[in-house]
Design a protein around this ligand. Structure first.
Ligand SMILES: *Cc1c(COP(=O)(O)O)cnc(C)c1O
Ligand code: SF4
Length: 445
């Protein structure tokens, strides 16, 4: 199978496009000029059900929908497109709208990028003690774009510098200087967009460096959902698997952090074969997805997804709450609803599926899991738990917030029991102040 991608300039050549109404086509044009849009022949032919397009989750996952922009933003872009074909003029308006969509949630750029000898190490993020994120510069795109993606600014060319590392040498030096780090997580974009040779250029030096602290290499990818041929029939599929096998032979655990948002992504012959190949060379596959309105907001969908994953030898890992960015209003559900979905699904499956944790928010202090709604001394509360903390000491700590049926993100929550702050807030302020200090020093250079 040869990869054929579709975006704003060529989607009209898709034969299936005749299944769409003029409203849907208009939405693709208008929203697609603001948010990223890319899909491909596998998604279109194997995953989208064109006979049920109004409800189809994979269509909503990769094609722009009208309600992904507010009415104001939509008409602003609609009017712009009606008035001009000038690319620069359209881009100016698009960027104005994008800037109102919280393009940099949870202080990723300010707070997670480490410094070395007074310079920011772009391409590396280090938030939790054991795990470093690495953004290989050649892996910053994807086989298709998810309409909910919080990395969207880098796909529309908004990022002045993508989170991108030029080379793995810097990474190796960083790992040498930080023996507490056990895990490197390759992320993007999608690092599996790279040819095997290119990926090898990043991974082989890590193996050759003989770092005693490096225990696990993780690769975050949606290739199993959007282009499973990467591991089966692409020219370099064999080299890709051989590379992974080399990692494992070296005694390093290799874990694919696979993004699956809907059971349909687990149903094709291509994805089943890809998973089988990866598993036979010893690669672990862990799965994660945000819980999204219009895509997977029911306990049945999640239960089916986890069961299918376990049957295919994958380990359910995280259910996320979508970040407050981009088309969040379209996808957002209340925290309480997310918990009901999680719990409803959790109750339906056996213990082998219950390796999953969630629903979890990746926010400035850490990863915060909503354990549930409860009542303590007549006060209705959310019971929360820090799964990961910017301070490692916070991990595993339970805490309480006032119950709020409308809350969709941690920013909406207030501490319970008339407390003024959450247990981590004061310390978090100090940590962040210190980091801002570093950034200001740098910008004086
Ligand atoms: C989620 C995440 C990780 C990995 O956390 P695990 O709980 O070990 O999977 C690492 N860094 C950042 C910034 C993250 O958001
Ligand atoms: S595959 Fe991942 S990085 Fe790429 S668009 Fe989807 S969510 Fe974003």
């Amino acid at each position: 199978m040869k990869l054929q991608t579709y975006s704003l300039h060529n989607y009209k050549t898709l034969p299936q496009i005749s299944a769409l109404t003029s409203e849907q086509l208009e939405a693709i044009e208008v929203v697609g000029n603001v948010l990223p849009f890319k899909t491909n022949n596998y998604v279109v032919n194997e995953l989208i059900d064109w006979d049920n397009i109004d409800r189809d989750p994979m269509f909503k996952l990769t094609f722009p929908q009208r309600d992904m922009l507010s009415k104001n933003h939509y008409s602003l872009m609609w009017n712009t497109l009606a008035a001009t074909r000038n690319k620069e003029a359209i881009k100016t308006v698009a960027n104005r709208i994008r800037n109102e969509l919280n393009p940099h949630p949870a202080g990723q750029l300010e707070y997670n990028v480490p410094s070395r000898e007074g310079k920011k190490l772009m391409g590396i993020q280090h938030k939790y003690r054991e795990t470093v994120l690495f953004f290989p510069s050649q892996g910053q795109t994807c086989h298709a774009y998810c309409t909910f993606c919080f990395r969207w600014p880098q796909f529309v060319g908004m990022e002045e510098f993508k989170f991108a590392g030029k080379e793995s040498n810097l990474l190796i030096e960083y790992l040498r200087e930080h023996p507490e780090v056990t895990d490197v997580l390759f992320t993007g974009g999608d690092p599996i967009i790279m040819k095997a040779k290119l990926l090898e250029g990043y991974i082989q030096p890590l193996l050759d460096a003989g770092l005693p602290n490096l225990q696990t290499i993780r690769i975050g990818t949606k290739a199993l959902s959007y282009w499973p041929y990467k591991f089966t029939s692409d020219d370099d599929a064999g080299d890709m698997l051989a590379l992974m096998e080399r990692v494992i032979k070296k005694g390093i655990n290799l874990s694919i952090m696979a993004h699956f948002s809907h059971p349909v992504e687990l149903g094709t012959e291509a994805v089943k074969l890809a998973i089988k190949r990866l598993r036979s060379c010893g690669v672990q596959i862990r799965t994660q997805s945000p819980v999204l309105k219009h895509i997977n907001d029911s306990p049945e969908i999640w239960a089916e997804m986890w069961r299918k994953q376990v049957n295919l030898n994958c380990i359910p890992y995280y259910m996320f709450i979508p970040r407050d960015t981009g088309a969040q209003d379209y996808f957002a559900i209340s925290l309480e609803r997310a918990w009901h979905i999680f719990r409803g699904a959790y109750q339906k499956v056996s213990g082998v599926c219950r390796t999953v944790r969630g629903p979890s928010m990746s926010c400035t202090p850490g990863k915060v899991q909503l354990l549930g709604v409860s009542e303590v001394h007549n006060e209705k509360v959310f019971v929360l738990r820090m799964l990961q903390g910017r301070n490692p000491d916070w991990a595993g700590r339970p805490f309480f917030a006032r119950y709020d049926s409308k809350a969709i993100w941690i920013d909406d929550l207030k501490p319970a029991f008339a407390q003024e702050r959450f247990f981590f807030e004061q310390e978090l302020e100090l940590i962040l102040d210190e980091m801002t200090g570093i950034i200001e020093l740098n910008s004086l250079e």
